[in-house]
Ligand binder design. Structure first.
Ligand SMILES: [Zn+2]
Length: 81
């Protein structure tokens, strides 16, 4: 068992509207959870407004593939085989 040596990069997902189209997409954000801040920057580098998503938003918003790809690459980097 090792201690807390490496930096653990936590993230969470939240559906947010695209500032141009208003269409919701589920982006990843740095941190443990949404702290009700009104805006933040996604893992894929977009500045978005945040609001409490409805259940419909959770169900219908597609996962952002850019955020997903970035997180997968980071996880690979942290755990070399
Ligand atoms: Zn994204």
């Amino acid at each position: 068992m090792t201690g807390m040596s490496g930096e653990i990069r936590r993230h969470y997902w939240l559906p947010t509207p695209n500032p141009e189209t208003g269409a919701f997409a589920r982006h990843a954000f740095r941190g443990r959870r949404w702290e009700s801040q009104p805006a933040d920057t996604t893992v894929c580098g977009r500045d978005v407004a945040m609001a409490k998503p409805s259940e419909v938003d959770w169900c219908t918003a597609p996962t952002c593939l850019e955020c997903n790809g970035i997180l997968i690459r980071e996880q690979r980097g942290e755990r070399p085989r």
